[in-house]
Ligand binder design. Structure first.
Ligand SMILES: NC(=O)c1ccc[n+]([C@@H]2O[C@H](COP(=O)([O-])OP(=O)(O)OC[C@H]3O[C@@H](n4cnc5c(N)ncnc54)[C@H](OP(=O)(O)O)[C@@H]3O)[C@@H](O)[C@H]2O)c1
Length: 203
């Protein structure tokens, strides 16, 4: 797949690295092509840097991994994203893109893209290495687009996750952000450390 990475920091960098290893074409979309967080990602295979609008134009899948409040600036640079897949990895747990509750809701209102919330529910270290004791941990997704969920599932498996569990439709997007906050609570506030992850077990 041709994937635009908007936000090339901790989360965007980890996923760009794993997806490039799987042979995907990575189009980093940045504000300043000569100076940006994650410039070392250009050493990865199949990875180039462009302006945000150029990266989006070249891609059928767009990962959004920026602070939630800058989504309005980003949307102005997206161009026509009708029918494209947008994966929203942001968490509005500290600051929401007012008047919207989440970036997902903002994108759903302002674009005609196929949108899914995914890659938000664990730390970026787990996105770089999702394997614990030889087994891939779980990723989770929510949203109304089955097409976007199918792409997110494939990309979660390609990144090394064991599965991508469906949290439900758009009405579960905020719950999935609260789930991310539960990981943040355990890892950081309760002091368990960032090398912890969620996995659903069955009998
Ligand atoms: N950190 C985690 O473990 C984690 C886990 C799950 C979800 N998340 C969520 O993922 C998102 C990104 O977190 P992160 O830790 O990856 O952040 P980060 O390392 O600080 O990276 C943020 C990225 O956003 C870009 N950016 C900032 N303002 C921008 C703007 N106005 N236009 C275009 N790009 C802009 C930055 O680009 P420049 O370098 O050019 O400024 C940078 O590439 C947040 O919403 C966060 O809640 C984080």
């Amino acid at each position: 797949m041709n994937i635009a990475i908007i936000g090339t920091g901790n989360v965007g960098g980890a996923l760009a690295t794993n997806w490039s290893k799987k042979g995907h074409t990575i189009n980093l979309g940045v504000q300043n092509v000569s100076s940006f967080k994650g410039i070392e990602l250009l050493k990865n295979n199949n990875t180039k840097v462009f302006s945000i609008s150029e990266a989006v134009a070249k891609s059928e899948v767009i990962l959004i991994a920026v602070p939630p409040t800058v989504i309005f600036e980003i949307i102005e640079q997206l161009g026509d994203v009708s029918g494209k897949i947008i994966i929203d990895a942001t968490n509005s747990v500290r600051q929401a893109p007012d008047p919207y509750k989440t970036v997902y809701h903002c994108l759903a209102d302002k674009t005609k893209a196929e949108i899914v919330k995914c890659f938000n529910s664990t730390g970026f270290e787990n996105m770089l290495n999702p394997v614990y004791n030889g087994e891939g941990i779980d990723m989770f997704m929510a949203g109304d687009s089955e097409k976007a969920k199918s792409v997110a599932t494939q990309l979660a498996l390609d990144a090394g996750f064991g599965s991508c569990l469906d949290f439900g439709k758009a009405d579960k997007v905020e719950l999935l952000e609260k789930f991310a906050l539960s990981w943040i609570n355990l890892a950081i506030m309760q002091g368990q450390g960032r090398n912890i992850a969620f996995k659903v077990v069955r009998r």
